[in-house]
Design a protein around this ligand. Structure first.
Ligand SMILES: O=P(O)(O)OC[C@H]1O[C@](O)(COP(=O)(O)O)[C@@H](O)[C@@H]1O
Ligand SMILES: [Mg+2]
Ligand SMILES: [Mg+2]
Length: 342
């Protein structure tokens, strides 16, 4: 039987580390523990209907959302794995109001902080639609050995040393970047290993898929309304109308568009005047991956990764995906901006 060349994520992490002469293996160990937590969550997700992981946890999180049992389970798994890595001195999580820091000396000496959306696409958990985990890693700015502080987390996305997501779908994949391209690993259940399946992913500069929740269309800013209308126009030479695809899990919508070409938009609306998605653990990691794959990520007018965060759970508008499609959407938004008179 024709097999495939097995390059496991563990091997890949170790070999990539060799490219950094001064590396001490700290980031490798941290990413290794992310992989371990992903496997734990994957095991639960795969049998979500059979085990007691469906439904509400009975708590409301800092976002005012009802926490799902799987939100809490994933949060706990990642916190435990990151702690035992000894490389992580603090965590910002969608499910926790404040930053999580550790008392043990080993973790306090950790050089990295971790921002995470432990379970993305919560509204899809109970209906067997793909969901994910999103993460972003920074070097701390506070001194090693001390407790991590809020400022360690309020760094612009350009300071990320690594970012990625795990998608729990028809297969389970871990996709990440350390600023040297984007790589995808698929979990092979028969050997329990994430194996390299997508080398140096590049997203097409143009695509024919647009992803936006049109249920909010009446609240879209004018520029977004115009861009969505443009996507629906009939114009053969430019392959329009584009196809509308919206899963409602950021990870899954982004992943599809990353591979096929496309654009994902979640603009600000009356309901969410700042936008819905969170800068630290949804938009910044997605933006880093998009840019590393040759795509783009903006608020419509500003590069997401240049935003200086002011709070842990800050929300922003996001437009991300294929380069030319994002530029087109930005042009429609610019057109609608009031002309500034000097
Ligand atoms: O239901 P809406 O308003 O379209 O929002 C869907 C978006 O909200 C999210 O579910 C928010 O993430 P969480 O599930 O992690 O809270 C995104 O995954 C998704 O893109
Ligand atoms: Mg999310
Ligand atoms: Mg979430």
């Amino acid at each position: 039987m024709k097999g495939y060349k097995v390059i496991t994520l563990t091997t890949f992490l170790i070999e990539s580390q060799a490219e950094f002469p001064y590396a001490k293996g700290e980031l490798t160990r941290l990413l290794y523990h992310v992989m371990v937590a992903a496997k734990m969550v994957n095991k639960k997700v795969n049998k979500a209907g059979l085990v007691d992981i469906i439904g509400e946890a009975g708590e409301v999180n800092v976002q005012g959302e009802d926490q799902k049992k799987l939100d809490v389970f994933a949060n706990d798994q990642f916190i435990a794995a990151l702690r035992s890595s000894g490389e992580c001195c603090g965590i910002a999580s969608e499910e926790n109001q404040e930053i999580i820091t550790f008392d043990d000396d080993l973790s306090r000496d950790g050089n990295y902080i971790f921002c995470m959306d432990p379970l993305d696409g919560s509204s899809n958990i109970d209906v067997n639609v793909s969901i994910g985990t999103i993460f972003s890693i920074y070097r701390r700015i506070s001194p090693r050995g001390e407790r991590a502080v809020l400022d360690d987390f309020l760094q612009p996305g350009t300071k990320q040393v690594a970012a990625g997501y795990i998608i729990y779908g028809s297969s389970t994949m871990l996709v990440y970047t350390t600023g040297r391209g984007v790589f995808g690993f698929t979990l092979d259940p028969s050997i329990g290993e994430f194996c390299l399946s997508h080398h140096d992913i590049k997203t097409p500069e143009d695509g024919t898929i647009y992803s936006i929740n049109e249920g909010n269309a009446h609240e879209f800013p004018e520029g977004i309304k115009k861009y969505v209308a443009y996507c629906k126009d009939i114009d053969k030479p430019t392959h329009r109308p584009y196809s509308a695809r919206y899963i409602g899990s950021l990870v899954s919508d982004f992943h599809r568009n990353l591979l096929k070409g496309g654009i994902f938009l979640y603009p600000h609306t009356e309901k969410n005047p700042e936008g819905k998605l969170r800068l630290l653990y949804e938009c910044n990691p997605i933006a880093f991956l998009a840019e590393q794959a040759g795509g783009k990520a903006s608020t419509g007018s500003h590069r997401i990764m240049e935003i200086k965060p002011h709070s842990l759970h800050q929300r922003v508008s996001i437009i991300t995906g294929s380069l030319h499609m994002v530029e087109k959407a930005e042009a429609f938004i610019k057109e609608q901006e009031p002309i500034k008179l000097n």
